[in-house]
Design a protein. Structure first.
Length: 234
């Protein structure tokens, strides 16, 4: 099991839980969606799973190992997080940034795969430019290409399509499928049903801080109808 979340509660103020009794599992070789409206708690939950937010109770296992204060840094090598607006090093080029992150993760930088991904995302022109000069979409491509290159067992993303055009979105879908086909897994938050229907295998519906349903994505069943059926009964 790549990720196991057991009865996690999260808060900013101790007596007011943003995340309440959340539990689910993420298996290798699959793409999972965390689907919910604005304010459902998606970003807070992802921040807990990536050790950005530490005010929580419950248990989190990454690649079979329980997450503790003693192994947070080491287990970061098993997961990579792409926020909706990534904080990048603006004075670096995308190439320098990716080489730097690979060094932090103790990973070998695969220049051939890097070139393949840059070609797939129509990104070759930008690899040596300063990140500060890039558009929102090209900044997002920098983060996505880096995440795909790192080949961590777990890739976590918060609204990964921000700023991408329709061609880049389709490329992202294809490359993400190839990523999990190698035995990795991906968990992405979204409020777009199209993302779930297009690329995800399963979806967790988060509503008011709780997982209300775990749905296997089925082309014969409307995710939109399933989602509204679940939240309207609350």
């Amino acid at each position: 099991m790549i990720l196991e979340v057991n009865h996690v509660n999260g808060w900013y103020t101790k007596d007011k839980h943003i995340i309440e009794d959340v539990h689910f599992q993420v298996e290798a070789g699959k793409i999972y969606a965390l689907l919910g409206t604005n304010g459902a708690g998606k970003t807070t939950l992802l921040h807990i799973l990536t050790s950005i937010h530490s005010q929580y109770s419950g248990e989190i296992y990454v690649c079979g190992e329980k997450l503790t204060p003693d192994n947070i840094v080491r287990l970061k090598q098993q997961r990579y997080f792409i926020p909706d607006h990534p904080d990048l090093f603006d004075e670096m080029s995308p190439l320098a940034f990716m080489e730097f992150v690979h060094g932090l993760y103790g990973k070998t930088f695969d220049i051939q795969r890097f070139q393949q991904l840059c070609g797939a995302f129509a990104f070759e022109t930008y690899v040596h430019q300063k990140i500060s000069t890039l558009s929102l979409g090209n900044r997002q491509k920098t983060a996505l290409i880096n995440g795909l290159l790192l080949q961590c067992p777990l890739l976590i993303m918060d609204e990964p399509l921000v700023g991408l055009d329709v061609v880049a979105i389709e490329t992202f879908y294809q490359e993400l499928r190839a990523y999990v086909a190698q035995g990795n897994s991906a968990l992405l938050s979204t409020h777009l049903f199209q993302v779930v229907d297009s690329v995800c295998d399963e979806a967790f519906i988060l509503h008011q801080g709780k997982i209300k349903d775990h749905v296997v994505v089925n082309k014969q069943r409307s995710m939109k109808e399933t989602f509204f059926r679940v939240i309207e009964h609350e």
